[in-house]
Design a protein around this ligand. Structure first.
Ligand SMILES: Nc1nc2c(c(=O)[nH]1)N[C@@H](CN(C=O)c1ccc(C(=O)N[C@@H](CCC(=O)O)C(=O)O)cc1)CN2
Length: 297
């Protein structure tokens, strides 16, 4: 199947089903590690009270419990200083029970995120966001990677692969240039083994719709509710909804909304919904990074 084979209504890229399958695969690898006396342990650093971040961290630890990964939590108050956050990172670097960890993003205003990420031991970087690991993603264009990949970009590629969608030669428009999704995704998709052509659209792009309409695959990671509408999508294209934002509905109630408008389903060949598409894959790839790192010990 190619990226733009036409179907009458969009088929669903089911991230929850893929997550369940990946958990089953990882459970076996964790059992094999246990036989070697290695227990993988995921650490998380959560700063502040953001309810979204708290939910994601809780889900990550629930996933770990299901497959036999130990959990280590460092929950800091919103008043935590740069030094407090950096100390939490140093403790996880030094903790032998922690084989991989993440700093949940975004960090509260006033915390220097780059400085915190740089302190992470690259061998324990379960998010693939340390400069060394991002550098390996840039440099190893033609070599198999043995370093962790950022979870959402890797999850997107894995979700497409598991659904038989071939990216070789595909035109892919990525909307959003953030450090957790858009920018590393562009780097990953242009690696030789994936071989896609990428247009990375952002707030400085003059005619976003024109770029999206040409694409076999659209990845919407702008964090602007409903920014991708049906008229911007080529019939039969694959559309992945990654961005999340909070909107106030007609009833005055606040709710979460993705970047992709509902009418896109009538035009697209495949849609990764939000929720239920790429989000669970982010968690699946985090678990994969933790197990990979433990296997390298
Ligand atoms: N350190 C990181 N911070 C953040 C990352 C990241 O990869 N590393 N990505 C996002 C948030 N994120 C992971 O932390 C994340 C997003 C969504 C989901 C998920 O499973 N979503 C579910 C719905 C969850 C719900 O009920 O609200 C879905 O889409 O079905 C997991 C993780 C920003 N920060």
């Amino acid at each position: 199947m190619t990226a733009t084979d036409r179907t009458t209504s969009a088929r669903v890229l089911d991230g929850k089903a893929a997550l369940a399958a990946i958990k089953g695969e990882l459970k076996e690898r964790v059992a094999a590690l246990a036989a070697r006396g290695v227990v993988p342990g995921l650490g998380t650093v959560l700063v502040g009270e953001d309810p979204g971040s708290a939910t994601y961290v809780a889900m990550k630890h629930r996933d770990c419990a299901e497959i036999g990964i130990t959990s280590i939590r460092a929950d800091l108050p919103a008043t935590a200083t740069q030094a407090d956050v950096e100390n939490a990172v140093r403790e996880l670097n030094d903790d032998p029970a922690c084989t991989g960890y993440i700093v949940q993003l975004p960090l509260p205003k006033g915390i220097d995120t780059d400085a915190v990420l740089e302190l992470i031991d690259p061998a324990k970087d379960a998010d693939g966001l340390h400069p060394t690991n991002l550098g390996r993603l840039v440099l190893n264009v033609n070599a198999p990677l043995s370093s962790p990949l950022p979870c959402t970009p890797h999850g997107i590629v894995e979700l497409l692969r598991r659904n038989g969608i071939d990216l070789n030669g595909a035109e892919i428009a990525v909307l959003g240039r953030g450090v957790t999704v858009g920018r590393p995704l562009g780097l990953l998709l242009t690696r030789r083994e994936i071989n896609a052509t990428v247009t990375l659209c952002h707030t400085g792009t003059r005619d976003v719709a024109a770029h999206l309409r040409r694409a076999d695959v659209v990845v919407a990671a702008a964090g602007v509710a409903g920014i991708v509408t049906a008229d911007m999508v080529k019939p039969g294209a694959v559309v992945l909804d990654v961005g999340v934002s909070r909107v106030v509905g007609d009833d005055g109630k606040s709710r979460l909304a993705g970047d992709v408008a509902p009418d896109v389903r009538q035009v697209a060949g495949w849609v990764a919904p939000n929720p239920g598409g790429v989000g669970p894959m982010t968690r699946a790839m985090l678990l994969t990074n933790v197990v990979d790192a433990a296997e390298r010990l």
